[in-house]
Design a protein around this ligand. Structure first.
Ligand code: SF4
Length: 512
């Protein structure tokens, strides 16, 4: 795997500390931890309940993974097919190698329409390329219309969750942001606004409505892009997305190339997997699909920008490419014990949590300190794999990426420890000596818990070391079986190691 950089670290996150430092800071924010725990536990419980209702859930997961794999294994063919279908439907297709190209295309289209503002439906791809910042630099305001994205934008904040970008905010904080900021960019919040959810939603609705009715250009992403029909699909909860996708005259959709699905039939499992995994709902309230331009109905000019931005690099890795199956449901975030405590900002990307820990280092390479630290932002408990609706083996990828980081010398102490362990484990004699040393230490310690080891403070500050046993397994076996090994043969008992006189088994278990 290349160590990149493949995709530039986005400007918003440049200079962010590596995960351990950022996580330490986040852990000190008790209000944020409370908000996160409440939110993730609520969504987690809802998801578990609706998933349990579906007896064929595992079969659906397999079907979802197979659809994505089929698309990824023949990605070039399906993308060309998608382009042809879109063009036949009246859309204009653009190809963007990276963030700069994609942003330039959007700005050129907006300028050709002589607008100084666009409305946006929530889109991870446009956050990834920092489109809002690029538009602002070009003198064009981008108004986020998803409620959570609006909160993040008005709060001059960064998203901390894929699905609920303002998950780190509570109702009182949101009310304060609305009162303070709404009037600066449009219709102000009412003076008597409280933290009642209905009142907050109403304030956002009224604030956004004038922008929807005025905007001539909208920007969206897409959850899925169906090759055989040229259909783009957006799945959402609030209806603001549908306003964006249907009201303006021009619609620009920035779509990652991994969003392609081969056929209409492939959409079926996805529309069952995604809402249950993301919001814990049987069906999301709004699913909007559009296939190009239709006279008198919706936008009369439709542009689709197919974005690479490091994805073909991920595709080239036979293990790593499974990360491109991701449908951005966020189930892995909601079950992750690390994410629950640190929140999303510590991951230094719009992709936080377990998926961010594998996707960012693959998209951006492992040259930077933060991308080297992300594969370690996990306890490898495996909850993310169990929750993932498209069966991405996140722990497997984390381990592979840790190997990449170790090979490039990223974590020197760990790398040295692993080399020493490999040296010991590759030779039975060395292993026997090491085991003897450990059991001697175990006897000396006498079963007491090891709470600190000089030089291993970073480890033992947070954990106790297991006490070494007083004898090795081999010594125990010989003692319990009257000096005989597993074949019933009498063995030498020098050092209590079976076989130490008659030939040691090599690493394959054969006598030599
Ligand atoms: S990795 Fe899986 S669980 Fe996590 S966001 Fe992607 S699809 Fe959802």
């Amino acid at each position: 795997m290349s160590i990149g950089p493949v995709q530039e670290t986005s400007a918003t996150f440049v200079g962010m500390p590596a995960f351990p430092e950022a996580a330490r800071e986040a852990l000190a924010n008790t209000q944020q931890r409370t908000n996160l725990r409440n939110a993730t536990h609520t969504i987690r419980a809802k998801r578990a309940s609706v998933v349990a209702e579906v007896p064929e859930w595992e079969a659906l997961r397999v079907a979802g993974a197979q659809s994505k794999d089929e698309a990824l294994h023949h990605l070039g063919d399906y993308l060309e097919h998608l382009e042809a279908s879109l063009v036949a439907n009246g859309a204009v297709v653009h190809w963007a190698r990276d963030a700069d190209e994609a942003n330039r295309i959007v700005i050129d289209i907006a300028r050709s329409k002589e607008v100084d503002e666009v409305v946006k439906v929530k889109s991870m791809a446009t956050q990834e390329i920092e489109l809002n910042e690029a538009l602002e630099a070009a003198g064009i305001n981008a108004w986020e219309t998803d409620l959570a994205e609006l909160i993040v934008q008005l709060g001059h904040d960064r998203p901390s969750h894929i699905l609920v970008p303002a998950i780190h905010r509570n109702r009182t904080e949101i009310r304060d942001i609305f009162i303070r900021e709404m009037g600066k960019v449009g219709r102000p919040a009412p003076d008597d606004l409280t933290d009642d959810p209905a009142g907050l939603a109403e304030a956002a609705r009224v604030h956004l409505r004038e922008k929807f009715l005025r905007a001539k250009v909208a920007v969206s992403g897409a959850n899925f892009a169906i090759a055989d029909t040229g259909t783009l699909v957006v799945v959402e909860s609030e209806g603001n997305g549908r306003m964006c996708l249907t009201l303006p005259e021009t619609l620009i959709s920035v779509v990652g190339i991994e969003k392609v699905l081969p056929t209409w039939e492939d959409l079926g499992p996805m529309l069952q997997l995604l809402p249950r995994s993301s919001t814990g709902e049987r069906m999301n309230p709004y699913t909007t699909m559009w296939s190009g331009v239709h006279e008198g109905d919706g936008p009369q000019e439709v542009h689709v920008i197919l974005l690479d931005n490091g994805r073909s690099h991920v595709l080239a890795d036979s293990v790593g490419r499974q990360a491109l199956r991701c449908i951005r449901c966020s189930a892995c975030l909601n079950v992750c014990p690390v994410y629950e405590r640190t929140g999303g900002h510590a991951y230094g990307s719009v992709y936080p949590g377990p998926i961010g820990a594998i996707l960012n280092p693959q998209l951006r390479g492992t040259a930077s300190e933060i991308d080297q630290s992300l594969p370690y932002a996990s306890s490898l408990c495996g909850a993310c794999f169990d929750a993932c609706p498209v069966r991405i083996n996140i722990p497997e990828l984390l381990v592979q990426l840790r190997g990449t980081v170790a090979q490039q010398g990223g974590h020197r102490a760990e790398s040295a420890a692993m080399k020493a362990a490999a040296w010991v484990l590759s030779d039975p004699k060395r292993l026997a000596v090491a085991q003897k040393g450990a059991t001697t230490a175990g006897r000396l310690i006498g079963g007491r818990t090891i709470r600190s080891v000089p030089g291993l403070g970073a480890w033992t500050d947070a954990r106790d070391l297991p006490t070494p046993p007083k004898e090795t397994f081999r010594q125990w076996w010989v003692r319990e079986h009257d000096g005989r090994d597993g074949d019933g043969q009498a063995r030498g008992r020098a050092d209590g190691i079976p076989g130490s006189e008659g030939g040691l088994p090599d690493s394959d278990g054969d006598e030599r």
